[in-house]
Design a protein around this ligand. Sequence first.
Ligand SMILES: [Zn+2]
Length: 199
Amino acid sequence: MDCGKSTLALQIHHNHTRQGRVGLLLTRNDRSARARVTTRIGLAKEALEVKDHDDLRTLASGETIDYIICDEAQFFTRDHVEQLADLVDIEGIDVYAFGLATDFTATLFPASARLFELADEVARLQVEVLCWCGADGVLNARVSNGRLVREGERFVVGDTDDGRLHYQVMCRKHYRQGRLAAEGTNTKPVEHSGQMSGS
Ligand SMILES: [Zn+2]
């Protein structure tokens, strides 16, 4: 979902670092398919790639860490979220998690659900991303070969190959209707009547 959450994650990381705080950047299945946080405006930062069986509590052993930033938090596990809560409550580490709330079926990701339950604060990012109709984009549709799909594997990262599978931000109404664009725009160019100037 192109709503700038990775950009915000990196911005927060940068701000803390400038204050002399020590932090870790964690990610999972980043779109670059490498252990780094990348954003569509070209920022990138090396990050630790989290694996299913990692115990995030071990990150705090032996090192002084002031904060942890998790990008793509929807791909973490519920256990990871519990471990992050321990880091907050036992080690006094600040944790910021960024990610999507719901998957392409408009169902909460397990880790996101747990974050909603445990977080001290939850905020929907002020996104500039709009549905094609102009309404706020609130859901993330999976589009395969030009069609909205509602079934399939929960974890499929798009934007990685030839573009046959990608995600599109939509308003709730058009997500539920499955309308990916205004009538006709996918099949033929919009016809204009009248003269073009300068002809
Ligand atoms: Zn719409």
